[in-house]
Design a binder for this molecule. Structure first.
Ligand SMILES: [Zn+2]
Length: 414
């Protein structure tokens, strides 16, 4: 990683060069996602994209309601990234390999005489696929665990199959009953809350924890990492991911139930961590993780098929991030991903601004996904347009364990 060559600074000359592109970005209207977008009233931030202030160093802008700029026009998201992630990303090779060796020894020792020594949650995306590859490279004996919410793309299913077959790793797949998932998703959509992916993100964690517990495994290797996901998400762009209480209340409001849903709340998580001494390991923070190089390796060794954009291994995620979020909530998550890559030197700001000018994905594919979504949910086109036109509501209008979790963290001094 380029960070390793020195502290994270933003060179003045790059700042000047990029200011030119910034002006272009501010004056150019954003391309529309598709023609229907104009027919649905766009909610989200009150300002139009052309009026928003864009950070001079990354590409975060005032569509993030809590963004703060300093006197140089640099935002607090990338300032925070430097402060928090530099110690993780800017390590010497020697300390990296010593820490990795110590970690691997610890995992092997805790898993001795067990069939597996770690669990790796796999989605079919680059990060988790690369974690599984690394685990085997380091001589670990992982159980791969996948949660299928019925929205996997064919490419994702093939990528997972190729990976586990070639690595000789056992795979456990938990398929959520479609009627259960559909009714929960319907309740979330009816509630007009921003984080409909809370369902997937929480349940996939729930399945990983349960499998780890079942096999007596203490270490769960996660794909989350500072190099591609280290920039914090703005307030209101997602919800607290362990909030099973919030999910239950939203489900109740739509006459759905979480009874067959493999979710995990704060109490069960505390039990797993404190009583069972289980822990999550961010393996990619131990290595010099470069997304492009990881992708090339996966393609070469496992016949991995790339997706157009991060997290597009799921059709729902693709449609949500690329269409529902920008149109209904005025949120373009690519800003966060691109800003992270700018900070780690994997992308220039000019490249990011150019990328943000284009639709989140191919407009013809968006149209196909619209039809697919409407049919799968049993909706009409009008129902989708109504959903897009309704104003968003906050997760805080429903019961939540978020405030309690915050208090618990404060008590622990974190
Ligand atoms: Zn910034």
């Amino acid at each position: 990683m380029r960070l390793a060559q020195g502290p994270l600074h933003f060179p003045e000359e790059r700042m000047n060069e990029q200011t030119v592109h910034l002006k272009a970005a501010i004056t150019t209207p954003p391309s529309t996602l598709n023609t229907r977008q104009t027919s649905a009233s766009v909610a989200g931030p009150a300002t139009s994209p052309a009026q928003r202030q864009v950070c001079q160093r990354c590409v975060m802008d005032s569509s993030a309601e809590n963004i703060r700029f300093d006197a140089n026009g640099v935002c607090h998201f990338c300032r925070d990234f430097l402060q928090k992630q530099t110690p993780v990303l800017d390590k010497s090779d020697a300390s990296r390999s010593a820490e990795t060796r110590e970690l691997i020894d610890r995992i092997k020792s805790a898993g001795r005489r067990k069939r597996y020594d770690c669990v790796v949650g796999v989605s079919g995306g680059i990060d988790s696929s690369y974690v599984l590859h690394l685990a085997v490279e380091h001589g670990l004996r992982p159980l791969a665990v996948h949660m299928d919410n019925n929205w996997n793309s064919e490419a994702a299913a093939n990528n997972i199959k190729n990976l586990v077959t070639r690595l000789g790793v056992d795979l456990y797949t938990h398929v959520i009953e479609w009627q259960c998932y559909r009714s929960l998703l319907q309740a979330f959509l009816d509630a007009d809350v921003v984080d409909i992916e809370l369902l997937y993100d929480n349940a996939s964690q729930g399945v990983v924890y349960r499998q780890a517990k079942k096999h007596g495994i203490r270490h769960m290797l996660m794909g989350f990492n500072a190099a591609t996901e280290g920039l914090m998400l703005p307030r209101g762009w997602r919800h607290f991911k362990w909030d099973l209480r919030n999910m239950r209340d939203i489900a109740r409001s739509g006459s759905a139930t979480t009874r067959k849903f493999p979710g995990i709340g704060i109490w069960r998580r505390l039990y797993y961590h404190k009583v069972c001494r289980m822990q999550q390991v961010r393996l990619l923070n131990y290595v010099e993780f470069n997304k492009s190089q990881a992708l090339e390796l996966l393609e070469e060794r496992y016949d991995y098929k790339r997706y157009q954009y991060k997290h597009y291994e799921s059709i729902l995620t693709r449609f949500y991030q690329g269409y529902l979020l920008p149109v209904k909530f005025g949120i373009d998550k690519r800003r966060v991903h691109a800003s992270t890559l700018i900070m780690t030197g994997e992308m220039t700001r000019a490249e990011a601004l150019e990328m943000l000018e284009s639709p989140a994905y191919d407009p013809a594919e968006i149209e196909r996904d619209r039809k697919y979504f409407v049919k799968k949910m049993g909706w009409t086109e009008n129902q989708l347009d109504d959903y897009l036109a309704r104003p968003p509501r906050s997760h805080d209008e429903f019961r939540s364990d978020g405030p309690l979790w915050t208090k618990m963290r404060q008590l622990r001094g974190r």
